[in-house]
Design a protein around this ligand. Structure first.
Ligand code: G3I
Length: 550
């Protein structure tokens, strides 16, 4: 309580400007950068030259490296071909350097915030020239000022179906369309030639997804094996895990990807860390505690691998200036007071010790599958199986819901799902945004934070169109669907892939219903057990099904 009074007083002083802002912030809360001085750099973003003094005081008090949130992106440095506009970025970089901060460059090549003239409606040769000239000119301009660059940002698709082949896992960006997969190597070589001293990073989000991490791992491995320099230094020095997480993010998944990237012999950085946990710009105390526990768990993972981590950069000084302000993702609130998340990052073990009792443990629902081998169109065959309610909502909108019933035999699981209150819409190009049913299977009930060989996701829409993760799960699969008004029924035959089932076996299982809007976007997700929203990549939150005989 005393601390809260002190902090509120501090905030009042800061806002009132009664004492030097820098002294106030420094004197009352230990500096984050000092707490991690022996581990890695602590960074944050600068969102424009006119960042006010209080934000800037927090930046310099708690951080020792900065990233320009937008000013160094292609659209701002070369919006018009051949016309480089460095003034704003120079002001940002020079001010930060004058305050003793290091600077990280973000970003040379991206599919967003980049002018169309660079890669749309141009020949491959012209696109290669545009990419090379942009990268070289920008890297040369900031030579000696910028310690590292996000050379390429977000080039790999989410949850790629064939992650072993990194080239087919690339996002269909304008750069890929104009040049082909070798654009990746081309931009890194251009940057290396412009400034051999600066560290070159590949930067992406959702790298806690094991499929996406596999594709990035394979891309960096392949390119680095083919492009060592004379001293054996890799072309791609580092991998940036952006770290746009939420309170359901599994630190185990983050650690798994960290370990894999480190095994490549490259540096890893957490480049855009925030933890979304709030709605409408507000957070309950419970949400602030859950957010803090996630920050604490993540920083404990980062500390464990500190020798391989260059920096941990947060993506936002405070909630009100965050790109996701509605979800309150940062360590400082709108009044620029440090939140529980700040103290969680400052001393993770202390925060966990003081707060872990306050968060309810994850409930794991259990149910039963009954022995039987049905004809998929004979829905009466499931009559003996207990109804599994699919009625826990992951999104604010509570739309389509329903029940599942499960039969099994030695070779397959047979799931029947009845769905109510559906639009029967499949307009969206993303299959998960159709009115559809998803079944998650974890045959050994391993509850791993990533998919193993025995884990898979099966999706069937109201029109009986099936999609799979991983793609190999399609082998032997069958399904049936029927629509009646706003209800539809889907039955699935899911061959076991790693077991011959027997009575008493326990498997991980979940059933999800995606509700599409009439406009063709997913507006509702109902599920039986796993509220994480990560069932497609993480089996630790699935429910449990016991295989029984009548
Ligand atoms: O500059 C224009 C301004 O002239 C105009 O009046 C205003 C109103 O539309 O828009 C301004 O541009 C905005 C820009 O930020 C600068 O503020 C864009 O609309 C807005 O979309 C853009 O958002 C940025 C976003 O990247 C773009 O995708 C966010 O600030 C920035 O935090 C975010 O950062 C990205 C990283 O670069 C890459 N990783 C993901 C991360 C979050 O999306």
């Amino acid at each position: 309580m005393l601390k809260k009074i002190v902090l509120c007083l501090l905030a009042a002083l800061l806002i009132g400007g009664c004492v030097s802002e820098k002294e106030a912030v420094m004197s009352k809360t230990q500096s984050l950068k000092d707490a991690y001085a022996d581990y890695f750099l602590i960074g944050n973003i600068v969102s424009g030259v006119n960042m006010d003094d209080v934000h800037y005081t927090i930046l310099t008090s708690h951080h020792n490296i900065a990233t320009a949130e937008n000013a160094m992106k292609p659209q701002y440095l070369q919006g018009t071909k051949g016309v480089f506009t460095f003034d704003e970025a120079d002001a940002i970089v020079n001010k930060a350097l004058s305050q003793g901060l290091k600077f990280h460059g973000h970003t040379l090549a991206w599919h967003q915030q980049s002018p169309a003239w660079m890669n749309e409606g141009v020949s491959r040769d012209e696109a290669v020239a545009n990419l090379t000239i942009h990268a070289k000119t920008v890297v040369e301009h900031f030579k000696g000022k910028v310690v590292s660059w996000d050379v390429l940002n977000e080039a790999v698709v989410d949850n790629p179906p064939n992650a072993e082949d990194w080239k087919v896992s690339l996002r269909q960006s304008p750069w890929l369309t104009a040049i082909g997969a070798d654009y990746v190597e081309i931009v890194f070589k251009a940057a290396r030639e412009a400034d051999p001293a600066v560290k070159l990073y590949y930067n992406d989000y959702n790298l806690d997804n094991s499929n996406k991490a596999t594709a990035v791992y394979n891309m960096v491995k392949d390119i680095n094996e083919r492009n060592p320099d004379v001293n054996g230094r890799p072309l791609i020095d580092g991998i940036g895990m952006q770290g746009h997480y939420n309170a359901h993010t599994n630190p185990g998944s983050v650690e798994d990807s960290l370990q894999r990237f480190i095994s490549l012999g490259v540096e890893v950085s957490i480049t855009e860390l925030d933890v979304q946990c709030g709605e409408g710009g507000k957070q309950t105390d419970a949400q602030m505690t859950a957010q803090g526990l996630t920050y604490a768990a993540l920083f404990n993972v980062f500390k464990k691998y500190a020798e391989h981590i260059g920096r941990v950069t947060m993506w936002g000084i405070d909630d009100s200036s965050s790109w996701r302000k509605e979800a309150c993702p940062t360590m400082f609130n709108d009044a620029l007071n440090p939140k529980p998340a700040f103290f969680a990052a400052l001393d993770p073990d202390k925060f966990i010790a003081e707060n872990s009792g306050s968060v309810e443990t994850k409930e794991v629902k259990q149910s039963v599958a009954v022995y039987g081998t049905p004809d998929l169109a004979d829905t009466a065959a499931w009559s003996q199986a207990p109804a599994i309610p699919i009625d826990r909502y992951l999104m604010a909108w509570q739309g389509a819901s329903g029940t599942a019933k499960v039969l099994w035999d030695e070779n397959s699981l047979y799931v029947l799902v009845n769905v109510n209150n559906a639009e029967m819409n499949k307009a969206n190009q993303n299959a998960h945004e159709h009115d559809s049913v998803e079944i998650f299977i974890d045959e050994n009930n391993g509850k791993t934070p990533y998919y193993e060989k025995d884990d898979a996701q099966y999706r069937v829409n109201f029109d009986n169109e099936a999609t799979f993760n991983p793609a190999s799960a399609a082998e032997g699969f069958e399904s049936w669907a029927s629509v009646s008004g706003r209800t539809y029924t889907v039955s699935l035959k899911i061959p076991f892939r790693t077991i011959t089932a027997k009575e008493g076996d326990v498997i991980g299982f979940d059933a999800q219903i995606n509700g599409a809007s009439a406009q063709g976007a997913r507006q509702s997700v109902a599920i039986w057990n796993d509220l994480s929203g990560a069932s497609y990549q993480d089996t630790s939150g699935l429910g449990v099904l016991k295989l029984m005989k009548p």
